[in-house]
Design a protein around this ligand. Structure first.
Ligand code: NDP
Ligand code: 8X3
Length: 249
């Protein structure tokens, strides 16, 4: 059955790869992000296979989130699967040297943004007694590491929200899946290191990290499980990684 699937953070990395993978099954896609040209590019290529709508908004702007999700055409309005993927780390420094703007960006984007998008979509899922929410957390949400206190805190919040959503929404027949990836080579580290490509590259040096398509395959699997099955929580590591801070290079 064709599903309406909304993906936040579809302009790059995991979100983009997931859109491409899910288009293979003929699902209708609502692709969200801030970089309009990247969304348009993806829309042009995927529209050959499936119906695609794009929404350009910053998840941190609660009014904009609501306005854009409410603006969806009737065909796309009933969302079957929400993939809360938008998020980033900003900075990598001890707590005594952290930047307030970076902390705001992580807490407002990774936590409050996820909540704003969910709030705009959950009521119609409850009303229809169906739906699936997939939250992209991180191994940073399982274990805190040095120089990552606030990013880790934001992902621990995602873990708690996933648990809370599952407790509150299962009675409404809404599934909730929490996915915690380890290191995935995307634009993530370039954003974390504020455009420093050399520093970003070092994160993935000397081993084979996950690629966005690995996550897309997992999400594709999770979305297409039978109605009776919920994959509640999954951690995905590269084979060279054994904890958030242990990578065999
Ligand atoms: P990318 O940097 O490649 O992608 C991040 C996506 O999030 C982009 O599409 C970006 O879109 C979107 N985004 C970020 N901030 C906002 C915002 N304020 N409003 C709207 N969209 C936003 O990184 P990944 O694909 O790796 O990251 C996807 C998710 O996976 C994130 O939640 C990240 O924390 C998580 N993750 C990543 C890991 C990794 O090692 N890469 C490991 C564990 C978890 P745009 O800039 O166009 O708005
Ligand atoms: C991204 C993975 O280890 O850089 O969430 O925090 S890590």
């Amino acid at each position: 059955m064709t599903k309406n699937i909304l993906i936040t953070g579809a302009t790059s990395g995991i979100g983009k790869a997931t859109a491409i993978r899910l288009a293979e099954e003929g699902n209708n896609l609502i692709l969200c992000g801030r970089r309009a040209e990247k969304l348009e590019e993806l829309k042009t290529s995927l529209s050959k296979k499936v119906k695609v709508e794009t929404l350009i908004f910053d998840v941190r702007d609660r009014n904009d989130v609501e306005k854009h999700i409410n603006s969806l055409s009737p065909e796309f309005k009933e969302i079957d699967v929400l993939i809360n993927n938008a998020g980033n780390a900003h900075g990598f420094s001890p707590i005594n040297e952290g930047e307030l703007d970076d902390w705001d960006a992580m807490i407002d984007g990774n936590v409050k943004g996820l909540l704003y998008v969910s709030k705009a979509i959950i009521p119609q899922m409850v009303k229809r007694r169906t739906g699936h929410i997939i939250n992209i957390s991180s191994v940073a949400g399982k274990q805190t590491y040095e120089n990552g206190a606030v990013y880790c805190a934001s992902k621990k919040a995602v873990e708690a929200i996933s648990e809370g959503m599952r407790l509150d929404l299962t009675k409404h027949k809404i599934k909730v899946t929490n996915i915690a990836p380890g290191a995935v080579e995307t634009e993530f580290s370039e954003v974390r290191f504020k455009g420093d490509k050399d520093k970003a590259k070092m994160v993935y040096d000397g081993y084979e990290p996950l690629i966005a398509e690995d996550l897309a395959d997992l999400i594709h699997y999770v979305v297409h499980l039978p109605e009776r099955v919920t994959l509640a929580d999954v951690t995905l590591y590269a084979s060279a990684q054994s904890s958030p801070t242990t990578i065999h290079r």
